[in-house]
Design a protein. Structure first.
Length: 244
């Protein structure tokens, strides 16, 4: 079990949005004067998000929509993967095609990140997979890592780090810090909803991490829930309740 205290609890929003970053993706970039993130505003994604927010849908429907959205996001977030030319013989002739030429590692933050994993894997079956179990413990005021499994060789690998809800950013920061200890390459943090506080925290601590989200939300409430949000993503995925 690894217990970590983030270096800085007080964070000033970080802003360093370079021209280079702007060119990196064709997804719409939304920039406030303080936050750096990539908003995926495709109408199909936004439509599915509206369905997901509805408190009356079943957990089966919730899981299915998260999976569908993850497939669309997988497509959007991998635009920059390197490709190489390869020769293919069609039934009619030989031609030159592009194939993906770099390894990709998908890491799901337990438990809600699991809801996104299947959809990602369907579109990116060549990717390897890791899991990190990490949570914010309010009693000891620190993040606690209780599980970590990564493939053998992750050095310099591109990472899609999955957590549908970027709330305070503590868990995501701890996961990123941990992955960086293994010398991984570029990290893209893939979320469905992001609170401004979480985006600012990642921007401040890890300005090299790209945050993808379907919606930048209004705020976090006192209990740490995202507003307007969709509730506890893990509970909605697996139809559980919190026993205190
Ligand atoms: N995690 C969730 O699942 N939901 C929130 O609103 C915040 C964090």
């Amino acid at each position: 079990m690894v217990v970590r205290r983030l270096k800085s609890k007080v964070m000033e929003p970080y802003f360093n949005f370079t021209e280079n970053f702007m060119k990196k993706t064709k997804a719409k970039k939304t920039i406030s004067s303080k936050l750096k993130y990539i908003q995926m505003d495709h109408p199909v994604l936004q439509h599915k998000l509206a369905l997901l927010r509805d408190k009356n849908i079943s957990s089966m429907a919730f899981r299915q929509i998260v999976e569908e959205m993850s497939q669309l996001i997988a497509y959007e977030a991998t635009r920059e993967l390197k490709t190489t030319k390869t020769s293919v013989v069609t039934p009619l002739e030989k031609t030159t095609c592009s194939k993906i030429a770099e390894p990709l590692l998908i890491v799901a933050i337990l438990r809600a990140g699991l809801g996104m994993l299947n959809g990602m894997m369907k579109i990116l079956p060549f990717a390897t997979v890791g899991h990190i179990g990490i949570y914010r413990d309010r009693f000891i005021n620190a993040t606690v890592e209780y599980y970590l499994r990564l493939p053998k060789d992750v050095k310099n690998q591109k990472i899609l780090l999955l957590d549908p809800m970027l709330a305070s950013g503590d868990t995501a920061c701890a996961a990123i810090e941990r992955l960086k200890e293994y010398g991984v390459g570029k990290i893209q943090l893939i979320t469905l909803l992001a609170a401004p506080q979480g985006v600012a925290k990642i921007n401040e601590h890890f300005p090299d991490v790209e945050i993808y989200t379907v919606s930048l939300e209004r705020e976090l409430n006192k209990k740490g829930y995202i507003l307007p949000g969709m509730g506890d993503a893990g509970d909605r995925l697996y139809d559980t309740i919190q026993h205190s």
